[in-house]
Design a protein around this ligand. Structure first.
Ligand code: ATP
Ligand code: MG
Length: 414
C-alpha cells in the first residue's frame, strides 16, 4: 500500500494483556483466555488495515481534487464560451467567457437547465435537435452553425462543438459544449464577398468593350494584310478571354456563398455535351490528345452549360497539370442509377492529403513544382458545388507523379 501513514494502534497490545492476565491469576492461561487474546489480536489487525485504507482513500481524494482543479483551470482558461452539462442538459459549470458573451450571472446559470437560461432564450429548436438527437448518437459534433436572436445581445451566429464524456465507475455522461460567436467574422466574409461581387461585375463591362475593339482592329489589320498585327491582336483577344473566365469564376464563388447561383435545367444527351466540350478544349492544346471512351449515351436532366463548365474545369486542369504528358482520357460509365464521367491525366498527381482538400475554396497545392501553374484555386470548388446541386458526387483518384482521375456521377432521370 502507498504512503507511509503511521499505524494508529487503538487496542492495547496483546503482550500487555498476557502479562496482566498472568499477574492477576498467577497461573497458566486457560483456553478461554487464549480465545480472548486471539480475538483481541484480530481486532488489532483489522484496525491496522482500516487505518491503512483510510490513508489510501485520503490520497485518492487528493488526486481527485487535483484532477478537478486541473479541469476547472482548463475550462476557465479557454477563451471561447464553454459549458459543462450533465446528460439531462443541466449546467454543471460555465466559464467566464460564457458569462461575458451571453450576459448571464453564475447564480442564474449553474444547476439550471440549459433551455431555462435567461428567460428560456436558449430554447433554440436547432440546438435541441443537436443535443437531444444528434449528440447521443454520434458523441461528438463539430462546427454546427446555429443562428439565434437573443433578447439582450441581439442576432448571433454561433459555431457549436460538443462532445460527450463518460465519467466515473457508473459511466454518467457529461457534455462539453463549446460555443464560438462567429457573427462578426461572418459579416466580414459577407462584406468581402459583396465587394468581390461588385468589383467583378464592374470589370465585366469595360472588358466586353475592349474585346469588341480588338475584334474591329483584327478585321482592319486583316484587310490591310498586316498579319503580324493580326497575330498580336489575336493574342490580346485570348488573354481577354482568360480574364473574362477569371472574373466569371470570382462571380460564381460569390454567388455560391450567397446561395444565389441559378440553374437552367433541361433534358439533354450526355455524350453530346462531352463530345462538344472535348472538341472545344482540343483546340486549346497541341501537345495533348484527348481520347474519348464513351459508353452508349443517356439523357440526363440538369443545367447543360454548368455541367459543361465542370467538364471544362476537369479538362483544363488535366492539361495544365500534365505538362510532360501527351494523352488525356475522357470516359463515361453508365448504370441504371448513375452516369459517371472521368477525366484521366498522366501528370503531376496529388498526395492523399491534397486529394482531400482540392475541392475547397482557394485551395491550391503548394510546393515548388506546383507554384509555376497559374490559377486561383476556384475551379474545383465551383465544379463540386455544381455537381452537389445536381445531387451528384464528385471525387478524385490520384497517385503522386503518376497522374490523376477526376470524376463526377449524376443520378439518372427516371
Ligand atoms: N489534374 C490535376 N492534377 C494535379 N493537381 C491538380 C489537378 N487538378 C487540380 N489540381 C490541384 O488542385 C488545385 C485546385 O484546382 P482548381 O481547379 O480548383 O484551381 P486552379 O486550377 O489552381 O485555379 P482555377 O481557379 O483557375 O481553376 C490546383 O491548384 C492543383 O494544385
Ligand atoms: Mg483549375
Amino acid at each position: 500500500m502507498k504512503g507511509g501513514h503511521p499505524k494508529k494502534t487503538l487496542a492495547p497490545t496483546t503482550d500487555g494483556l498476557r502479562q496482566a492476565i498472568s499477574a492477576r491469576t498467577d497461573m497458566s492461561i486457560t483456553p478461554r483466555q487464549e480465545k480472548i487474546i486471539k480475538l483481541k489480536e484480530s481486532v488489532e489487525l483489522t484496525q491496522e488495515y482500516t487505518n491503512e485504507i483510510i490513508g489510501e482513500l485520503n490520497v485518492t481524494n487528493e488526486e481527485l481534487t487535483i484532477t478537478r482543479d486541473y479541469a476547472d483551470a482548463i475550462i476557465r482558461t479557454v477563451r471561447g464560451p464553454l459549458l459543462v452539462l450533465n446528460k439531462d442538459l443541466r449546467i454543471i459549470s460555465a466559464n467566464e467567457a460564457f458569462y461575458n458573451a451571453f450576459k448571464v450571472a453564475p447564480n442564474d446559470t449553474e444547476n439550471r437547465l440549459l433551455y431555462d437560461l435567461g428567460n428560456r432564450q436558449w430554447n433554440i429548436p436547432k440546438l435541441r435537435i443537436l443535443l437531444e438527437e444528434i449528440l447521443p448518437e454520434k458523441n461528438t459534433i463539430e462546427d454546427f452553425v446555429v443562428e439565434h436572436d437573443f433578447k439582450d445581445i441581439g442576432q448571433k451566429t454561433m459555431l457549436l462543438n460538443a462532445r460527450t464524456l463518460q465519467q466515473g465507475p457508473d459511466k454518467t455522461s457529461l457534455i462539453l459544449l463549446a460555443i464560438e460567436d462567429i457573427t462578426v467574422r461572418q459579416q466580414l466574409e459577407q462584406q468581402k464577398d459583396e465587394f468581390v461581387s461588385i468589383a467583378s461585375h464592374e470589370l465585366k463591362t469595360p472588358i466586353t468593350s475592349v474585346k469588341a475593339y480588338t475584334q474591329i482592329l483584327g478585321r482592319r489589320f486583316r484587310k490591310a494584310n498586316d498579319m503580324k498585327s493580326v497575330e498580336l491582336v489575336e493574342k490580346m483577344d485570348s488573354q481577354l478571354d482568360k480574364l473574362t473566365d477569371l472574373i466569371g469564376d470570382l462571380l460564381d464563388v460569390t454567388k455560391i456563398e450567397a446561395g444565389r447561383i441559378q440553374f437552367h435545367e433541361s433534358h439533354f444527351d450526355f455524350n453530346d455535351l462531352v463530345e462538344e466540350t472535348v472538341e472545344e478544349l482540343q483546340r486549346t492544346t497541341e501537345k495533348h490528345h484527348i481520347e474519348q471512351e464513351l459508353q452508349p449515351s443517356r439523357t440526363v436532366y440538369g443545367d447543360h452549360d454548368r455541367l459543361g463548365q465542370v467538364l471544362i474545369n476537369f479538362l483544363t486542369n488535366a492539361i495544365k497539370y500534365s505538362p510532360h504528358a501527351d494523352k488525356i482520357i475522357v470516359s463515361t460509365a453508365v448504370d441504371k442509377d448513375n452516369v459517371t464521367l472521368s477525366v484521366q491525366d498522366f501528370g503531376v498527381g496529388l498526395s492523399k492529403e491534397d486529394q482531400a482538400k482540392v475541392f475547397e475554396r482557394f485551395y491550391r497545392v503548394g510546393g515548388s513544382d506546383q507554384s509555376t501553374y497559374p490559377g486561383l484555386g476556384l475551379g474545383l470548388f465551383i465544379a463540386s458545388d455544381i455537381i452537389k446541386r445536381h445531387k451528384g458526387r464528385v471525387w478524385v483518384e490520384s497517385i503522386k507523379a503518376k497522374g490523376s482521375t477526376f470524376c463526377f456521377s449524376l443520378p439518372m432521370t427516371k
